[in-house]
Write a protein that binds this ligand. Structure first.
Ligand SMILES: NC(=O)c1ccc[n+]([C@@H]2O[C@H](COP(=O)([O-])OP(=O)(O)OC[C@H]3O[C@@H](n4cnc5c(N)ncnc54)[C@H](O)[C@@H]3O)[C@@H](O)[C@H]2O)c1
Length: 371
């Protein structure tokens, strides 16, 4: 198969969909890989690194789309890319269709096969191509929180780890899933006193078993949250209710209960946020202050660490990309139910129910194409 790797043109997106190591794995299996010049540069991979493993460099995005049978990307295609996508071309990337109607219409009109990273699903319901980015965001949440606790950037002036003779900082993590676990692990590693709150008792039992002694779990409810927040230095929002907006666990009136300079990092901001006063921010302007409380609410946190994020993402996508390249999308999806779940749009028809329902479009069961 001919695989194309275009440069990501969405604002501030520095990741690339395939590393030179990934390109080599595909080439070894008899496939051809075409990479747009400088596509990997911001992730630490110059053109020469791809050429060394046998990939070919193309000068323009148009050339990559023209050549490829399968386009591998990171972010959803944006408007200038719509016209480049060809009928029957396989596009394997994050789409997040339900959140943007024009993209859905454009992909339906293109006649392409759109296989979305975010809906590839394991039999246990986990989302293997979303987990790596949650891991990155969780670890970053603590790192960013520690930074914004510094006084010159309006924080309380607390060193999370403390020093001999001075108590460490206190961190509250709301939600003990992928993001929350990674955030808690980092905070605990720095020496902070960490509380994880969740509503899932089995999850808290597990966390209680695996976390170090400076991490405790508490059931998440309003009384417990109100009791803890006046004592916290850093509060990390990492709650998710699948398919729904995140519940507002920290309300506006609670800010008054916190000490000035407390830092709030709402990682769940991409699902509406679990802190009422959080609205999405960017890496250029990541924070704002309300009632002397620092808010960090960047909606695409992994974008700031493209080197790590690219490798984490491609570690997860490559096994699927190899199956798609070896077998073609139809056979690969017939053989692997996880990949089948990723199919959203095929040949002008929406085959993912939630996307069809979101925009009142006709829904065609994917079996029509896989039977
Ligand atoms: N900002 C970013 O760059 C970025 C990056 C990756 C993920 N995210 C977001 O981070 C959020 C968390 O993702 P995840 O992968 O950790 O999800 P997850 O499903 O692994 O974990 C969510 C946890 O929240 C818990 N929860 C549900 N209701 C709760 C409540 N009322 N109180 C406390 N806990 C509650 C669940 O039991 C679960 O353990 C999602 O909204 C995700 O989209 C954001």
């Amino acid at each position: 198969m001919i695989i194309g790797v275009p440069i990501e043109i969405k604002n501030n997106e520095n990741r690339v969909s395939l590393t030179p190591g990934g390109a080599l794995e595909l080439i070894k299996r008899g496939h051809e890989v075409y990479v747009q010049t400088n596509a990997g540069l911001n992730s630490g991979f110059p053109d020469e690194a791809y050429e060394e493993v046998g990939a070919k460099i193309l000068p323009s995005i148009e050339a990559v789309y023209e050549k490829a049978e399968m386009i591998m990307k990171v972010k959803e295609p944006i408007e200038p890319e719509y016209k480049l996508i060809k009928k029957d071309q396989l596009v394997f990337t994050y789409f997040h269709f339900a959140s943007y109607e024009p993209l859905t219409h454009a992909m339906v009109e293109s006649g392409a096969v759109c296989l979305a990273y975010e809906t590839v699903e394991k039999t246990d319901g986990s989302l293997p191509l979303l987990i790596p980015m949650s891991e990155v965001a969780g670890r970053m949440a603590t790192q960013q929180g520690a930074k914004y606790l510094e006084k010159p950037i309006m924080g309380k002036g607390v060193l999370l780890g403390g020093v001999p003779g001075v108590s460490p900082g206190k961190v509250l993590v709301l939600g003990g899933g992928v993001v929350g676990t990674q955030a808690a692990k980092m905070a605990a590693g720095l020496g902070a006193q960490v509380t994880i709150m969740d509503v899932n008792l089995d999850r808290m039992r597990y966390l209680n078993d695996v976390m170090p002694p400076n991490v405790v779990t508490r059931y998440s409810n309003e009384v417990n949250i109100r009791e803890l927040i006046p004592h916290m230095d850093l509060i990390i929002g990492a709650v998710l209710i699948p398919g729904a907006k995140a519940p507002k666990l920290i309300t506006r009136d609670m800010l008054k209960e916190m000490q000035p300079g407390t830092v709030l990092v709402d990682v769940a901001v991409d699902q509406g946020g679990c802190i009422e006063t959080c609205t999405p921010t960017t890496h250029e302007n990541p924070t704002f202050i309300i009632d002397d409380i620092v808010h960090y609410c960047v909606a695409n946190m992994p974008g700031a660490v493209p080197y790590t994020s690219t490798i984490a993402l491609t570690n997860a996508t490559l096994p699927y990309a190899i199956q798609l390249a070896n077998k073609g999308w139809k056979k690969a999806c017939q053989d692997n139910k996880e990949l089948e779940k990723g199919l959203n749009v095929i040949g002008g028809e929406v085959v993912y129910k939630a996307v069809a329902e979101a925009f009142d479009l006709p829904y065609v069961p994917v079996e029509k194409y896989l039977a």
